[in-house]
Design a protein around this ligand. Sequence first.
Ligand code: MRU
Length: 360
Amino acid sequence: MNPPHIAYESGVLRLIDQTQIPRAIVVSRLTTVEEVAGAIRGMKVRGAPAIGIAGAYGMAMCAAASAAVSLSAEDFMNRMTEAARHLSAARPTAVNLSWAVNAVLALLAQRSLAGEQPAAMAAVVEAYARKIHADDIETCRRIGDAGAELLAPDGALLTHCNTGSLATGGYGTALGVIRSAWHAGKLKMVWVDETRPLLQGARLTTWELAQDSIPHTLIADAMAAHFMRRGLVSAVIVGADRIARNGDTANKIGTYGLAVLAHAHGIPFYVAAPSSTCDGATATGDDIIIEERSPDEVTSMGGVRLTPADTHAANPAFDITPAKYITAIVTEFGVLRAEFSQSIAAMRVCAAPRDGVTTR
Ligand code: MRU
């Protein structure tokens, strides 16, 4: 994707507004932590790794603004702590957001103990946010290559939601595997779930696949079982918002149903995610907070009401796929298999903390 969908320069975060794609390419220009949190909550930027990157740049923005008004070191730290709380609260399920802002705070705590002043700390935060962004692109490429090796040749992969460049720093997780498999000549086509209610599959994944000329067919979510039964799906691959220590995985609502369907049809079900999505503080899927969004997203589409005015609707944004339905989890450190509590724990040992900062 050219230019990048997320870029930070001189205290300004520029995002391609994902609520407008593919109708229009509109760039949002954000200059305050409140605006960054609002863009995350309103899903102008979305996808677990991408909101982590946006959160880190939000912290850089706050650090630069706070250093510019010559706050004391203590007031600077208080303001950064408040910014981290505000940003983390924007969306609760994807661990990457709280992971990124807490990593910035942990880094600042070290520097502050060493007596560093706000101006120097602001420069450190900006460099760190850029590193989180750059690392994510490299991580996605590694996930893509590891995942492509797993796949049988001539595959027809089914994917859900959007896990591509837009959802990450670039390249994508599950969509990164799809990209790598396509370039390796192992992929025939992609089934794209539309992903009700906000249509990330129909609007965003199709847009990214078309840009790369990867053959794909859009289906309504309810059609997946039909195509599996006819033998037309060789594997399912999805991203993740949070992976518990036992491998239970939170991802876009509808993922759990796909996993059960894949199991019933003997089709491999793969999760592709960076190690930062594995949350050492969460034991099982039961401990993951599921974001509830406005019922209007279900009762309306494109601002047009679909239902009678008094229809009640539920709108959990994510569901939990039990680890027993997951064939493998693809990370930048390689492919993890059951028993996931062991393979995830071993992987977390390999995942060296960035710059000596560990937050989980
Ligand atoms: O609500 P969204 O669009 O942010 O949900 C995104 C997903 O569920 C993705 O599958 C997940 O964040 C992984 S993105 C690489």
